[in-house]
Design a binder for this molecule. Sequence first.
Ligand SMILES: Nc1ncnc2c1ncn2[C@@H]1O[C@H](COP(=O)(O)OP(=O)(O)O)[C@@H](O)[C@H]1O
Ligand SMILES: CC(=O)N[C@@H](CCC(=O)OP(=O)(O)O)C(=O)O
Length: 297
Amino acid sequence: MKARDMNRDWIATARTLSEALPYLQRYTGAIVVIKLGGHAMGSAQAMAEFARDVVLMRQVGVNPVIVHGGGPMINEMLARLDIRSNFKGGKRVTDAATMEVVEMVLSGTVNKRIVQAIGGQGGRAAGLSGKDAGFITCTPASTDLGLVGEPSAIDTAILHTLFDAGVIPVIAPLGGGPDGETYNINGDTAAGAIAAALRADRLLLLTDTDGVLDAEGHVVTELTPEQIRALTREGVIAGGMIPKTETALAAIAGGVRAVVILDGRAPNATLLELFTEHGAGSLIRADPSALTNPAPA
Ligand SMILES: Nc1ncnc2c1ncn2[C@@H]1O[C@H](COP(=O)(O)OP(=O)(O)O)[C@@H](O)[C@H]1O
Ligand SMILES: CC(=O)N[C@@H](CCC(=O)OP(=O)(O)O)C(=O)O
């Protein structure tokens, strides 16, 4: 039986739900690609909360697509196996032995953890990697990165089949080469390429900072491509933030309406971003006059 005490918290909750209506209407049928970085994956509790938000999105008619990372989990397994690993420009130099571990951790451990968490909240998710159903084809990203791939073609047919069946795709960032090789794709790069191929309404990059920080450590709530290039030149955007901002620029150029870099550890980060007037993190879009977190068009 429902408690009937009308205390202030419950009234505020009801108001938030009511105020969400225009956003719910706005996002019905929208495709939202969510990149869940390894650093944003917290405890089992945090994973369950993330999964609950994704299931809620699906319930209200959004088509969420989860693309995950897992860098810290790969690091841990490589250390256990005594395999050294290093990064160039935020990407892992990947030889054959490293690739074996990357595939095992991403497709095995991390992917299934997310699929299971979504199932635990009453949703239906299917785990796949870019190697399934000829989904992501890669070419080598650069000669000094080994088996790191850059997506050259994405066949979104499998994703539309899953949308139609009400199933949430959970994607490990791996791709196939023309000769059957397996490539390691940076999770942000994979998410951006998938979002562009789907012409997604939103790409949310969930990480472990409040957003893109300026030289003083303040979140830049809205960034133009020019600002990103300047902050990168100045070294303010560095390390793992480089693939994220590069991805944002490529995704926008590829037809994604807007990209948001935000803290995935914050409770209900994705719901806050999509369904309230309080956007979170750093927003990047091509045309500043384009609508963002808007009242319904
Ligand atoms: N200007 C910046 N603003 C925010 N974070 C930055 C910036 N420059 C570098 N970073 C680093 O990028 C990290 C996020 O990238 P990464 O560790 O690869 O995350 P994930 O595992 O979520 O993909 C942050 O934790 C921070 O250390
Ligand atoms: C080429 C490359 O760097 N691949 C990444 C794939 C995982 C990833 O991107 O994980 P995060 O999102 O948690 O950083 C890696 O091997 O770590």
